[in-house]
Ligand binder design. Sequence first.
Ligand SMILES: Nc1ncnc2c1ncn2[C@@H]1O[C@H](COP(=O)(O)OP(=O)(O)O)[C@@H](O)[C@H]1O
Ligand SMILES: O=C(O)C1=C[C@@H](OP(=O)(O)O)[C@@H](O)[C@H](O)C1
Ligand SMILES: [Mg+2]
Length: 247
Amino acid sequence: MTSPVVVLIGPPGAGKSHIGRALAEYLGVGFRDTDTDIERSAGCRIAQILEREGEAHFRVRERRAVHRALAGHSGVLALGGGAVLEEATQRRLGRHRVVHLAVAPQQLAARIGSAATRPLLADDPEGRLRTLLAVRNPIYRRLATWTVPAGGRSHLVVARIATLLAELPAAHGPAPAAARPPGPPARSGAAAHRGPGDPLGREVGGGLGRAAELKTGDQLRLHQPGHQQRPPAGHPLQQVGPAAQHL
Ligand SMILES: Nc1ncnc2c1ncn2[C@@H]1O[C@H](COP(=O)(O)OP(=O)(O)O)[C@@H](O)[C@H]1O
Ligand SMILES: O=C(O)C1=C[C@@H](OP(=O)(O)O)[C@@H](O)[C@H](O)C1
Ligand SMILES: [Mg+2]
């Protein structure tokens, strides 16, 4: 049994696939995208599965692909934007380091363009994204170890995530060597940023959805909000720095 270095979640167009691939390269680990796994096993594109079988059947395929990848991939794992809707997946994500990539709806829509490959957003991508975000943002935030603003340049988003990974040891073994930046530890501003610069205009990265505490060995115990909302005193994740403005 293995475990991903990090799992990327967030809405369509947030950059889970794009940033995930770049992050994996930066860290020197493998990259896996559950949408690609689904397409391989179905022998056709996601858009075709959605059109032929409907969303409910697609979610069943997706759940299987996600659970397989969570248990069998040791690098960076990107999920499809709707994978977090499944309760069984939500439970499993509680055992992993999860990064929620947060991007404002207008920017998501601009990245997605005509949405030809995303039938769930057809006709009115920005309107559909807003509806979808209203339902999913609370879920993304609740499941996230960190919410990272991802509207900025790719290499800055990658560097931010790598810094966060270096600060919090993984549930199964240490962070990859490349995730430990040289020199003094960077501050975790982007992950703990709250304020007018935030692309959703509200609680993007306003603290941890879950705080982490090291238990026996390298087992990582994650607390749900309500039990402990902040990292231990002095932990670097408590620090708020200016870096968020650059993402
Ligand atoms: N930080 C970024 N800067 C510029 N373009 C980006 C960035 N992140 C993603 N993109 C682009 O946005 C589009 C959607 O990205 P993608 O990785 O497919 O999103 P997701 O997998 O979250 O749906 C792609 O064309 C990708 O190249
Ligand atoms: O948000 C969603 O419901 C979906 C997102 C897509 O993946 P990306 O988020 O990688 O675009 C893909 O899984 C499918 O079109 C459904
Ligand atoms: Mg993707």
